[in-house]
Design a protein around this ligand. Sequence first.
Ligand SMILES: Nc1ncnc2c1ncn2[C@@H]1O[C@H](COP(=O)(O)OP(=O)(O)OP(=O)(O)O)[C@@H](O)[C@H]1O
Ligand SMILES: [Mg+2]
Length: 457
Amino acid sequence: MTLRTQINLLIALLLGLFLGAVVALEIDATRRSIREELEASTRITLQLLGTVIADAQARGAGITPRTLAAFLDHLGRVRANDIELLDAAGNRLYQSPQSHYKQGRDAPAWFVELVAPAVQTARIRVSGGMVTITPDPSRSLVDAWDSLSSLLWLALAFFACVHVLVFWLAGRALAPLSAFSRALQQVERGEFHARVERFSGVEFGRLADTFNRMAQAVEESFSLRRESARRAEELRENRAITALIQQHVEEERRALARELHDELGQGVTAVRTIASSIAHRARERAPELETNALAIVDVAGQMYDAMHDMVRQLRPIALDNLGLADALRELAASSRQRTPELSVDLVLRDELDGLDEVTNITAYRIVQECLTNVARHAGADTVTVVLGRSPDGAELEIEVRDNGRGMEPDAIGADRMGVRGMRERVHGLGGSFVLESSPGSGVQVRVRLPIHEENPA
Ligand SMILES: Nc1ncnc2c1ncn2[C@@H]1O[C@H](COP(=O)(O)OP(=O)(O)OP(=O)(O)O)[C@@H](O)[C@H]1O
Ligand SMILES: [Mg+2]
């Protein structure tokens, strides 16, 4: 049921109760006034007849029924009383005439039942007959009924007017609610641009302002959320692409390293062996040739070492053959060889075999880049590398810290790729990368990589 109908029903109920009370009071007052009127008119009639009879007796003549009938006939109707004169045998000698007032009309029976007072017939005995006086309330009842009907018709008209007015006013006053309801339904459907107009009333005006502010805030936060979800998706895609690129780069490097090692390595070894044999054979007969051949042996040896270095940089063979732990030991050893003034401490807290290919190569590249950075930038005399599994075994933790000059982490040049590359690699795999340092206090890199076991036991 709409609020408008409820208001109308409530007003109808209140008006109905009020009208009922007025009608009840009116009926009560009518009943009392009719009774008083009848009593008064009966009293007057009795006094009148009493006086006439007493007067006749005083004159010594007394009054006969016939004389009384003539008097009554002359008198006519006395107010609301029916007067009858009967002789001693019960024959009617006189009957008062009917009232002409509103003749032919009567109040409805239920109204008569409700309002009519109980009437009592008064009797006066005269010699040779009897007069009966019976009050007749029917005319008063018609009057009362007429005035009550007028009142009811008036009330009905008033009732109808009030209803129409209230219905119209309630419709006008509650019109903003429909606008609010429409706007709320729009918001429910996700149409956050929904607004309501500024209504003229104070309460609805304030409500409209509050609603519009709320809708605006929801719209903004929703578009922010959409935007940040879009950015997060973009970031996820970028990281996936970075991880894919890294994977391809590593595969290329591995293929290149194998080619270098197998093809060029074999060739250089062959050149070295042949030059060495030429030098051996030319030692007696052609010393100049021997010198040249030995030079070739020397250059071939250097080429072989350089090639080996390149192969190690491109792809740590030990990683494929011996696993992460040995590859890291080899990396630490070659770092010590290249920079003997830097002490490299490698601490492997746990068994690191069985990790997947991507975790292995990522861990190796991170340690490699960190050691290179320490050697190139730190001016440190100690670097400590610690690797181990997290307590729940789900992550590989890597920490590299040196005691060098430190750096300003936020001031890395845009053209520098090492730190950025490490961070992107780690994020691409869903891990975390933290570099902490301040000038003069060394650098500490902490990485956590999710572990995917290669060969679960
Ligand atoms: N261990 C460290 N101690 C002091 N400074 C460092 C250390 N590691 C990095 N830095 C500083 O941070 C900068 C960024 O390092 P990053 O590895 O990104 O670049 P890079 O080593 O200079 O060049 P590349 O791109 O070849 O790695 C370095 O240029 C250096 O100034
Ligand atoms: Mg670097």
